[in-house]
Design a protein around this ligand. Structure first.
Ligand code: UGA
Length: 442
């Protein structure tokens, strides 16, 4: 089977290397020429465990990359994996989806092909794409992705389910082709959900918004625990033992970030609004998430009275551990709020590329690691905490517990920790003489 994958971002690149690992002939297509050259050299443009190894294993053999849409002519299946960012009003911006569809349309030569939409798209988009291709000999299939950053290759190879949405469930041709393309998964007994376009599109938004709602639920509860007492970590642990609730995505913190949850929750709200239905619960999920960081900031402000001139160590720049991705990162948001208050911020992340991305974002002078006003970046956690008035944890790095907190206690000016991810062993920290403030956990 010959396959082409349009888009070499997160989803497209994992799809390309994953399918080439299954033995297919794969061509990755992207309009970004420098990225294509980089990929053909075997260099991975993103920070994701295992991807560069697979890229090097297959590139130049059954995997190659090009900027030319001509290549789709030889493909049996074409996966569309371009980005669907958020537009100014919160809708999913479908510009790239439609321009890629148009580029495909121009190259179709009458031979039958299956076009698979992997990008996260609002309900009705697969139907629109089919409409754009109505004169072409194609079937359009919806196949949302469920890859977590940092674990993307693992999630690709070990999915919880494969969701496939079709125009007509009585038409066996595209169903058989998709089953063949994904036969690796049926051999591993992964459940296949074969459904219509709309259900498939909605499944993706539903899954992400539900997980986001779990997080916002526990974050809302953490505010009450902050005021009335109680430890939210113990509360969510106890809740999680009930199998109907489950313990995953019940960790209180300073809110969810990343390129998916914030965008998908907002896009789902828009889809309700566009259909004149009030999305009460999902809107609340979004609002709780937006407010959570201010609740945390107020806690810091209350402790110091005035943040002007105070120095803080921010531990965590990426939106979650083991990624270099700063998109919608709560750590970055908090840095900016602290700078606005006149604080001096010394920041750190364990992931080198996350630090590099921070340098690029703020145009640091590398030699001084200094940004315009009051922001400094460090490669070493102990240098970061030197002479600070407080330590603030913004990304859930569990290895923070393995650091030498005795040494940290001797380096700081003031032994205070604001644990925005409830990641530290609070009794150990308190026993070392630190004041500890968690989220719903003091
Ligand atoms: C998310 C979903 O988990 C994937 O299933 C989905 O495929 C992907 O979006 C997507 O739509 O492409 P991802 O954005 O990589 O994956 O990140 P998550 O691991 O889900 O974490 C998102 C945010 O929630 C992070 O900022 C994390 O710190 C926060 N979080 C997570 C919490 O605050 N509490 C928790 O209990 C769990």
């Amino acid at each position: 089977m010959k396959i082409s994958v349009i888009g070499t971002g997160y989803v497209g690149l994992i799809q390309s290397v994953g399918l080439s690992e299954f033995g297919y002939n794969v061509v990755g297509i992207d309009i970004d020429e420098s990225k294509i050259k980089q990929l053909n050299r075997g260099e991975c443009p993103l920070y994701e465990e295992g991807v560069e190894e697979l890229l090097n294993k297959h590139v130049g053999k059954n995997l190659r990359f090009t900027t030319s849409y001509d290549e789709i002519k030889d493909s049996d299946v074409i996966f569309l994996c371009v980005g669907t960012p958020q537009d100014e009003e919160g809708n999913a911006d479908l510009r790239f989806i439609y321009s890629a569809t148009e580029s495909i349309r121009k190259k179709l030569d009458g031979n039958y092909k299956v076009i698979v939409i992997k990008s996260t798209v609002p309900i009705g988009t697969n139907r629109k794409i089919k409409e754009m291709l109505k004169d072409c000999n194609v079937d359009v299939v919806s196949n949302p992705e469920f890859l977590r950053e940092g674990l993307a290759l693992n999630d690709f190879l070990n999915p919880d389910r494969i969701v496939l949405g079709f125009e007509n469930l009585n038409n066996p041709r595209p169903i058989e082709i998709m089953k063949e393309a994904y036969s690796y998964f049926s051999d591993k007994n992964v459940p296949f959900i074969i459904t219509d376009w709309e259900s498939s599109e909605l499944i993706k938004y539903a899954a992400n918004s539900f997980l986001a709602t779990k997080i916002s639920f526990i974050n809302e509860l953490s505010k009450l625990a902050d005021v009335v007492g109680g430890d939210i970590k113990t509360i969510s642990r106890a809740m999680g033992f009930d199998e109907r609730i489950g313990n995953k995505f019940l960790n209180a913190g300073i809110g969810y970030g990343g390129s998916c949850f914030p965008k998908d929750v907002k896009a789902l709200i828009k889809q309700f609004e566009n259909n004149n239905i009030e999305p009460k619960l999902i809107r609340a999920t979004d609002e709780v998430n937006e407010e959570q960081i201010y609740w945390f900031l107020n806690k810091i402000k209350k402790y110091y009275n005035n943040l002007n001139g105070k120095t803080f160590a921010i531990l965590g720049l990426a939106f979650k551990p083991n990624t270099d991705d700063l998109r919608e990162s709560r750590g970055i948001k908090l840095i900016e709020l602290l700078l606005e208050e006149g604080a001096i911020v010394k920041c750190f992340d364990y992931v080198e590329k996350a630090r590099e991305n921070t340098i690029n974002r703020y145009k640091f002078d590398k030699s001084k690691a200094f940004y315009g006003y009051n922001l400094y970046l460090f490669e070493d956690i102990y240098k970061t905490v030197e002479n600070v008035d407080g330590i603030i944890i913004t990304t859930e790095y569990s290895n923070l517990n393995e650091e030498d907190w005795n040494k940290i206690g001797n380096l700081v000016r003031n032994k205070v920790v604001f644990d925005g991810r409830n990641i530290l062993d609070k009794n150990k920290i308190k026993n070392l003489g630190f004041k500890y403030f968690g989220v719903g956990r003091n």
